[in-house]
Design a protein. Sequence first.
Length: 198
Amino acid sequence: MREETRQQRQEQIEQAAYAVLEEKGYGGTSMLAIAKRARASNETLYNWYGDKQGLFRALVTRNAAEVKELLSAELGSERDPLEILGLLGPKLLALLTGARAIALNRAAAADTSGELGVAISRNGRETVLPMIAAVLEKAKARGQIHFETTEEATELYLNLLVGDLQIRRAIGRAPVPNAADCIARAERALDLLRRIFI
């Protein structure tokens, strides 16, 4: 199978996985149900993803890919670290409050095994947080901001950026923020971060 065709097929399978997840929750979602929805063979899903956990790890990884790619590219550049946060903020906020992330988080909350929560944490937060921390450390090294611990600064930045918006989205009490909302909220978070760590 050509790489382009495989990518299109994977996207169809992953769309089907989100649809089944929305309908049945994580516990009720099976590889067979996803295969039927995607009009794919069960064998293809197992060959490509290994098992249900593997498929959902792939969903989490793909969902966070744009943010990870941006951070990876910018960490190796000479760009101003706070400018990197300015680019990152709206993308990260859109990712964390978007329909796919919310579907995954709702499913993880209902998953009594805890498997999906582990996959989300490992392939999302635990991968992205160290990269954000590295950006903040670069800003500190340049004398742009001053803080005692990187962990505290990283957590504060995320709290300023996201707050309880993701939770309110997950419980249906907040709409999806549009691009302008994400930019404005990200700018405010960065401005507050500068003021706190001046």
